[in-house]
Every structure is written in structure tokens, then in C-alpha cells.
Design a protein. Structure first.
Length: 547
């Protein structure tokens, strides 16, 4: 008796994406890790489409002729599709065969890249066995009767999340690399290590690089013509991390921010709730296309700023950015504000869908290990979602770590991004010594501010006593009191006090806590914003430890 043919909704998860990304030791290897899994997702969809006559991708939106010529991974690590007129056993068998086929093709691709290294003990049989275990492709499917479409997708996603919790592979191995015996975690680390004189050489010579990096990424420079020219003209994804700031500025920034980089992760909020409300397949298909179009548009916004995009799949983003683009007169907070506004226009439809985007930002010295910066940005993203869960998220959490400093952290709703961006623009017009003096005076007077010794008016941000304090500070540095104090400090503090509920502050080793609308907390936020702003004009090694 033959099994009845039915329609199924199926979900696929591929990995380990995050673990592989954490193996990266440079922007180039970070790019390779990201594009590798985007290619895997694309190849799986393509093979499944060739196997089933009745096959429809629900998510992500799929283009047959996707060429990855911009070098950006746009395919996420989860795939949802529909197929009908198929038996359950046949579907199981087809999925396993496709997984085996894609794993083998990826193995052969990496094997050809590893052949660049001489005397490396990576046999074909070993690599096939290794990647067959390392690459985690899992699936789950249910029968579909055409009803409750969104609820079915959420059910698939929940089961995939449960499957992902089981780790099945330990990567510790020993290999010979460049004639030396080193302990490595996997063949990808050998690939990422390159040569001592050029760590990025192997990735730039890899088939993946040559297949998916068109002249678009190099401003018209052919990578085969002049390798030295390539080094100075490539996309931000493929340069040395210490040269990052050059891409966004006509001349190398010689103050501190020229050696600091922002690692930014972003993720959509409330998608599960929205998808759960979808009852019609066509509505879901339309939504998937909108996500894809957003990915395309946001990529242009990020690249225009001078940042390096490593992942822009679905509602997830990962990019590295210089703290400032002098040519565009924008800073990292301007960029995140632009992304938030684009998201609201393209996906949230001005608030109609209650969809938002949250950011996790880690600002680190360029020598700080990439994997730690990525982990911190991931933790900041989690903080954004957790701290502002009750208000629907749509928030940003930032951590800045500098030498000889415990660092500082601040979390706030995305509506405050422009406020902080404008504070930085205003600060950049003043001398560092002025901003430093203001910060120190705020600290010196903080105990007085906390007490009831000053007669603060209930409905006023600053009374005449505070006005006099700032007047004395600014007069000492010959600063225009009206422009700097009235139009910057006072307005900034007024906004913080008005929107104190939109901020979370972290002091010392304590956890984030909600800012109360009192003088003490509002001044802590003001000091933190001023410290972030001061980073943009610091010239030497000075970093005031106030918080």
C-alpha cells in the first residue's frame, strides 16, 4: 500500500554559523565565514527546487539568478518552504541527499583552498568526514492543510530552535601548518591563518572569494591584475582592521577614533508575533520580499557610510564601521538612526505592523580580539531586547572599552540615537579640554547635586546656581556660553530629563538599571553621553574615569 501524497511545510536550519564567525581573526576571514553560510543556504534551496516539481520558498525570498556580486551574504541560516504531492519518506530521503550533496561541494571548495598550503595534513577523506560532522543541517516538517499559515511557521521555528540546542561535534584537532605543528580547531582556522607575511592571502586566493567578489567590491579593480593595488582599493570587508577608518575619511584620522571600530549587530523585534498573525500564504510571500528589499536598501546605506557588511540576511545585520565618516559628516549613531528609520519605512510601515529593530554596539580598540568584540556586541543586542521588553524594544545598547578603563555602557530607545549623534556633532566643534572640564566639574559637583542643598525648581532643569557653575567653567576656556551651554548642554540635559524613561544606565560593575527622573540619574546619563562624545575629539591617551 502506497503512502498518501500530501502537502508539507518544512523548515531547515544550517550551522554552526555563529561558532564559525567567532573563528575569524580578521575582517577578511569574517567575510568568508559569513558568505560561506549564505552560499550554503542558497545552494540548498537551489538543489531542492531542482528535485521537487512543486516547490515554493516561503522564507527567505529567493532569486534564481542571485550572484552575490556585492559580496554580501543575504541568505539567513533558516529556510522555510512548501512542497506538495510528495510522500513523507520521499521528502526525508530528498532532504538528506541534498544535505550530503551540499556538504560535499562545500568540502571540495575548502579543500581546493587548503591546497595552497604546502605540507598540510588534510586528506580528502579526512575533510569529507570532518565537514560531514561539522556542518549541522537539520530539518523539521509538518503536514499543511492551508490554514493558520503564520502559526505553522512559528511551530516550525520553535522546533528548529529546540533542535539547534543539541551540539554534536567537538572541533579540537591537531594539524601541521606551514611546516610547523600547531593546535587548530578546524580546517577553517588553517585557512584563516594564511602566511606569516600575509595572513589574508589564502582567503583572497580562495575559490569562494573569486566566485563571489565581482569588480563591484573593488571599485573596478581586477584582483588578478595587481595584488598590491588590491590591498588599497578593496571593499572594507577585505582590508586590514587597523586601516578601517581610512575608508570613511579623505585623510587618516589622527585622533583616537581612527583606531577604534564599532562592531554592530542588529535584529528585528516582534517578528514572531507578526508572523503568527498571518493567515494567508501570499501575505507571507509579500513580507519575505519586503525583507529582501530592505536587505538590499540597508546594504547601500551601510556601504555608503563606509562600513563593512558581513551579514544582512532577513532581519539580522552584522557590520563593522568606523566611528565617524568625515566625508559624509556622520557618526555611528547617525548610521544606526538611518537604519532604524529605513526599517520603520520599509517593514514597519510607519508603525502599522509593530515591527522594530534593536542594535548591539561594541566599540573597541582595533587590536582587541575580534571574537570578543563580536561576543560583546551580541550581549549588547540581548540587553537591548531584554531591558526594553516592556516597551516593545526598538532599542540600542552600547559598550565602549578603552585601555586603562573599565569602559562605559548605555542603553536607550532608538528615538535617542539622533540626540546622541547631534551631541557628538556639537562636541566636535569644541576643544577636548573644554569637554573634559565640563565632565570633571559635573563629577565634582555630583555629591552636591544629589543632596538637597541646591534649590532646584521642580519644573526646571537648571536653576541659576547651576547656570553659574557652567558659566564659570566655560568662561575659563573662553567658550561662547550661549552657543555651547544654552544650545548644547542645557538642551541635551532637558531632553534627557524629559525622556529619562528611555534610558538605562550601568555604573561600574553593576547591572543596567532604569533611569529615574531625578537629578542624580539624569546627570549620570549626561556625563555618559559627554564621555562618548569626548572620544570623538581625543587626541592623546587621555581617558577620564568618571563612571
Amino acid at each position: 500500500m502506497f503512502e498518501q501524497r500530501k502537502e508539507y511545510i518544512c523548515g531547515i536550519t544550517i550551522g554552526p554559523v555563529y561558532e564559525t564567525i567567532l573563528s575569524a581573526n580578521s575582517p577578511v576571514s569574517l567575510w568568508y565565514s559569513s558568505i560561506l553560510f549564505s552560499k550554503i543556504a542558497f545552494d540548498i534551496i537551489k538543489e531542492l527546487k531542482n528535485r521537487f516539481s512543486d516547490f515554493e520558498v516561503v522564507s527567505p525570498y529567493y532569486y534564481d539568478n542571485e550572484d552575490f556580486s556585492d559580496g554580501i551574504g543575504k541568505y539567513p541560516d533558516r529556510i522555510i518552504f512548501l512542497t506538495s504531492n510528495v510522500e513523507k519518506d520521499s521528502l526525508n530521503c530528498a532532504l538528506k541527499e541534498v544535505f550530503d550533496s551540499v556538504k560535499r561541494s562545500i568540502t571540495m571548495l575548502i579543500k581546493s583552498d587548503l591546497n595552497i598550503i604546502k605540507n598540510v595534513d588534510f586528506s580528502e577523506n579526512y575533510l569529507i568526514s570532518y565537514f560531514n560532522r561539522y556542518l549541522q543541517f537539520n530539518y523539521y516538517f509538518e503536514e499543511f492543510d492551508g490554514k493558520n499559515f503564520g502559526k505553522k511557521i512559528i511551530s516550525i521555528q520553535s522546533n528548529l530552535s529546540f533542535i539547534e540546542l543539541s551540539k554534536t561535534f567537538n572541533k579540537e584537532i591537531e594539524i601541521k601548518s606551514f611546516g610547523k605543528k600547531r593546535k587548530k580547531k578546524d580546517p577553517l582556522i588553517a585557512l584563516y591563518s594564511g602566511f606569516d607575511y600575509n595572513p589574508n592571502y589564502m582567503v583572497k586566493e580562495s575559490l569562494l572569494f573569486k566566485s563571489y567578489c565581482s569588480r563591484n567590491m573593488f571599485n573596478g579593480v581586477d584582483y588578478l591584475e595587481d595584488n598590491r593595488q588590491l590591498e588599497s582599493n578593496v571593499s572594507p570587508n577585505l582590508i586590514k582592521i587597523e586601516e578601517f577608518a581610512k575608508l570613511a575619511n579623505d585623510k587618516l584620522i589622527d585622533n583616537k577614533i581612527g583606531k577604534y571600530i564599532a562592531f554592530v549587530k542588529a535584529d528585528g523585534d516582534n517578528f514572531g508575533k507578526y508572523i503568527n498573525s498571518i493567515t494567508d500564504k501570499e501575505v507571507m510571500n509579500s513580507f519575505s520580499k519586503k525583507i529582501y528589499n530592505f536587505s538590499d536598501k540597508v546594504s547601500k546605506v551601510i556601504k555608503d557610510y563606509g562600513a563593512a557588511i558581513y551579514y544582512v540576511g532577513g532581519d539580522d545585520l552584522l557590520f563593522l564601521a568606523p566611528l565617524k565618516n568625515n566625508n559624509k559628516n556622520k557618526n555611528i549613531f547617525d548610521l544606526c538612526s538611518d537604519i532604524s528609520e529605513l526599517f520603520n519605512t520599509e517593514l514597519n510601515q510607519g508603525g502599522k505592523n509593530d515591527l522594530k529593530i534593536s542594535f548591539g554596539i561594541s566599540i573597541k580598540y582595533y587590536k582587541f580580539p575580534i571574537y570578543e568584540s563580536l561576543n560583546i556586541s551580541d550581549d549588547m543586542l540581548y540587553k537591548s531586547k531584554e531591558l526594553f521588553k516592556s516597551s516593545g524594544k526598538g532599542a540600542t545598547s552600547i559598550h565602549i572599552f578603552k585601555n586603562s578603563s573599565k569602559g562605559l555602557s548605555l542603553a536607550f530607545k532608538n528615538s535617542e540615537l539622533k540626540i546622541i549623534a547631534e551631541a557628538i556633532h556639537a562636541t566636535c566643534k569644541e576643544e577636548e579640554s573644554v569637554i573634559r572640564a565640563v565632565i570633571y566639574k559635573l563629577r565634582d559637583y555630583s555629591e552636591l547635586f544629589k543632596s538637597d542643598k541646591l534649590d532646584f525648581k521642580v519644573n526646571s532643569c537648571f536653576d541659576s546656581t547651576v547656570d553659574n557653575i557652567f558659566s564659570n567653567i566655560l568662561d575659563a576656556y573662553n567658550v561662547d556660553n550661549n552657543l555651547f551651554y544654552e544650545k548644547f548642554i542645557k538642551e541635551l540635559y532637558t531632553n534627557i530629563r524629559k525622556n529619562s524613561h528611555k534610558y538605562k544606565i550601568k555604573v561600574g560593575g553593576k547591572f543596567f538599571y532604569s533611569v529615574k527622573n531625578n537629578i542624580e540619574d539624569n546627570l549620570l546619563v549626561l556625563i555618559t553621553v559627554l564621555k562618548i562624545s569626548k572620544l570623538y575629539i581625543e587626541e592623546g591617551g587621555y581617558w577620564c574615569n568618571i563612571l
